[in-house]
Design a protein around this ligand. Sequence first.
Ligand code: ADP
Ligand code: MG
Length: 388
Amino acid sequence: MPDTTRRPFRGGSRVLLHPSRAEVFSNDAAISWVGRVAACLRSCSCLFFLGLGLGIFTASSRPVAAKVSAQRFEYSLPRMGTIFRIEMYAASDVDASKAAEAAFSRAEELEQIMSDYRADSELMLLMRDGATAPFPVSSDLYSVLAKSLWVSRLSRGAFDVSIGPLVDLWRNARKSGRLPDPEEIAKAKALVDYRNIELDPVHHTVFLKRAGMKLDLGAIGKGYAADQMLAVLQSQGIHQTMVVAGGEVVTGEPPPGSSGWRVRIDSADSDAGVAPCTLLLSAHAVSTSGDEHQFLEVNGHRYSHIINPRTGWALEGKSSTTVIARDSATADALATAFSTMSVSDGIRVAQSLPGVSALWVRRVGGEWKYYTSRGFPASCHGLPEGSQ
Ligand code: ADP
Ligand code: MG
């Protein structure tokens, strides 16, 4: 099987914003694995990028007439191993491209902090030196780790940002097509425990209590970047905007004359002919974690890129989990956390958090089952009756 492993936080660093005429515009943000490909294929800049396989990139900017004075603009660039996209309404081309450029620069800055592919990223330096003595970190790295630990505690370790050694093992398994052996799993698992990450809020340091620990921001970094990009756009006076970072979507105010941004969710059942659901979103984020894009198949068993930190084993079977939250880092991390928890535990946690709701799509006994926590929008037409 070809390796479809995510290439996190790799990409170009130059921002080029120029018009693209070939692009067909849509303000539907498609999320999840299918969505990522679909969103990518809709963008000619992305086609260019994928088609030529080059480390350089382009972005598209294309105004579309709106009923009010603001015009619609769309920009996309590769960031963090995937495509990031901004849609916005702005008064002029100049305002729009200035704001987009600032937002993409912010994403680039975060990539340099959080990448586990760039040897000189702040995260890599922390992993190199943070087990010897408390390591001073930037406020971004501190914030993303603090949020990670919050989700770890909420999920009782179902989400664990120290999952790195197990991620490496399963990434190699996807490459070789062979399951990791149980001894290797046990060895890697022994290094995974978020409680061994010590944050000092006064000195802004991080201490890794065990040598050999490896942090992985794959389940929260893109969401954090999306939030930060939205904040930059807002600080530049752009409020009617949506940021799509790979599969992570965060929205500001709705487009003119509309009550929200239309976001399509392709969940695990999408290829079984179930209509995808569409959400109308504003001032919220949504994230879907599923196993479809990156998986390993051995002896008829299918292993996801999401790992259960308690067992060290990748999740099995087809499923997806969609989370709505007020910010994208929370939605991103909770979608991964809820993927590895039981549905009932997930519902309990979701319902304890303001602004959070979720949809679980599971294959049970050969049938698709749907579960939602309180508050998940009824507008999701893909949901069969009585899914609550
Ligand atoms: P995607 O990256 O496709 O959006 P997720 O947000 O669910 O999907 O993140 C999955 C990534 O998170 C994995 O590729 C891995 O790097 C990391 N990861 C896997 N399992 C866990 C876990 N239990 N807790 C935290 N991070 C995880
Ligand atoms: Mg996630």
